[in-house]
Design a binder for this molecule. Structure first.
Ligand SMILES: Nc1ncnc2c1ncn2[C@@H]1O[C@H](COP(=O)(O)OP(=O)(O)O)[C@@H](O)[C@H]1O
Ligand SMILES: [Mg+2]
Length: 443
């Protein structure tokens, strides 16, 4: 029996090393998810339907909810790679105390800038895609100008005209026009400044005016407006839409200041309403967070009544019945069968896809699972971060010590259950301080 679905595919050494290195460090690899992925069929097809809707000019918001270590970050990367395959532009970032959806001290601009740094396309899956997206818009406009006999400048203005009706659209269009001007005059500085502006890297309006002649910059206040502009723009540049992936949403739940937290939840409500009402186009959001971020009625999304009603569970979808049409996507835990396939996939990646080079027989995979179950119980397959690491450590030792017998070695493998580094919420509300920048974090 062949347990390894990808056994026929050879894996390039660079990809193999990148995957193994990331997993051994306890982080999700940036490439090669298809070589290790298990399960999640229903969740993936729900997201695929969203992506197709977004590409067709629709919108969508999803909340990917799962325990620490259940595979949220992994799933987000998987969704991102599907979106890129479907010709969407993706941006992604982790929220943190200094990166939020709403703020007054620069934290929302900072989240925007992080998203833009990570902008990716099928041709540039590792980020830094902004210049090539803009370049693509400009070269398409130039081709159109050639065909129609009009000047490129007139074409660009014409195409960007529709942005002007959106908040901030006028300056956005101006910045793109500056980029073209830089392109036309061979002025690299002007092009770089335009890209810097689009990436939200200007922090000072005077500086932006001197560099580009525009009066505004991307700031905390215009965070969401700029994402909407960007979704229109990437579509004009020939992509099918924009997917925004936001991970570690629990950071909003951790905001001690009620007003700051609610302002962030209000921003989420705007985004969700726009996608439910169809007033955003070619734009999707995926938010990932732990169950407490969603359901905690004091600090989670459920503490905000309008969100609670929109995100309430379908009461019919209980006891094993599922409903993937609502905005909340609960990531089910991996099963022991999934975990077995995951081990087989890891063995295969380690051998660069060559079954002849497998370091363990199938019996070794079963024995490893029994060993994990003895040490940490069923956590081993539900939250597999540490067990994946331990398994790869075992393979590394077997590889470097060819005479070693795996049975003996297995007995010595130490495994600890994954523990969530986020402490439980604090019970007291921050008091007497309404300034959101002074919100305190007790981590
Ligand atoms: N569907 C999956 N297929 C293969 N490996 C997975 C899958 N889901 C999670 N993993 C692995 O499990 C570990 C934990 O996943 P991660 O996405 O970091 O969890 P979370 O973000 O929910 O804390 C990672 O090593 C990841 O590679
Ligand atoms: Mg994660």
């Amino acid at each position: 029996m062949n347990d390894t679905p990808h056994a026929a595919t050879r894996i390039r050494p660079r990809e193999r090393d990148a995957i193994l290195q990331a997993l051994r460090a306890g982080v999700v690899p940036r490439v090669g998810h298809q070589h290790i992925q298990v399960g999640r069929l229903a969740e993936v097809s729900a997201m695929l339907a969203d992506i197709i809707r977004i590409a067709d000019g629709g919108a969508g918001s999803r909340f990917v909810i799962g325990d620490y270590g259940s595979g949220k970050t992994f799933f987000l990367h998987l969704v991102r790679s599907i979106a890129m395959e479907k010709r969407l532009v993706t941006v992604h970032a982790d929220l943190s105390p200094s990166r939020r959806l709403h703020a007054t001290g620069g934290q929302a601009r900072s989240l925007y800038a992080e998203l833009m740094r990570n902008m990716s396309t099928r041709a540039k899956p590792d980020g830094g895609a902004m210049p090539s997206v803009v370049e693509r818009f400009v070269s398409q406009a130039m081709a159109q100008a050639r065909d129609s006999g009009q000047s490129p400048k007139a074409i660009i203005r014409q195409r960007l005209d529709s942005l002007s009706e959106l908040t901030g659209g006028y300056d956005f269009a101006d910045v793109i026009a500056r980029y073209w001007q830089g392109h036309d005059d061979g002025n690299e500085q002007l092009k770089n400044d335009a890209v810097r502006w689009l990436r939200g890297e200007f922090t000072n309006k005077t500086e932006a005016r001197q560099a580009l002649g525009v009066r505004t910059i991307v700031d905390d206040h215009s965070f969401y407006d700029h994402l909407k502009l960007l979704s229109r723009f990437v579509e004009m540049a020939g992509y099918d839409g924009l997917l925004v992936c936001l991970d570690e949403m629990v950071n909003l739940y951790k905001l001690a200041n009620t007003q700051a937290r609610n302002a962030n939840y209000e921003q989420i409500l705007r985004i969700l309403n726009d996608s439910l009402q169809g007033s955003a186009a070619h734009l999707g959001f995926v938010f990932a967070g732990t169950p407490q971020f969603l359901t905690d009625t004091r600090r989670g999304l459920h503490s905000y009544p309008a969100l609670q009603t929109r995100l309430a569970e379908n009461t019919f979808a209980r006891d094993g019945l599922v409903d993937y049409s609502g905005p909340v996507l609960q990531l089910a835990n991996l099963s022991p069968e999934d975990f077995y396939v995951l081990l087989a996939n890891l063995r295969n990646v380690h051998a660069a896809g060559d079954p002849a080079a497998y370091l363990l027989p199938d019996e070794g995979l079963h024995a490893f699972m029994r060993h994990c179950a003895d040490r940490i119980g069923d956590a081993y397959f539900r939250t597999p971060r540490n067990t994946v690491k331990a398994f790869l450590d075992l393979l590394a030792v077997l590889e470097q010590n060819p005479g070693q017998d795996w049975q003996t070695l297995l007995g010595t493998v130490a495994i600890a259950a994954d523990t969530n580094p986020d402490l439980e919420p604090f019970d007291d509300e921050a008091t007497g301080n309404s300034d959101d920048e002074l919100a305190t974090f007790r981590l």
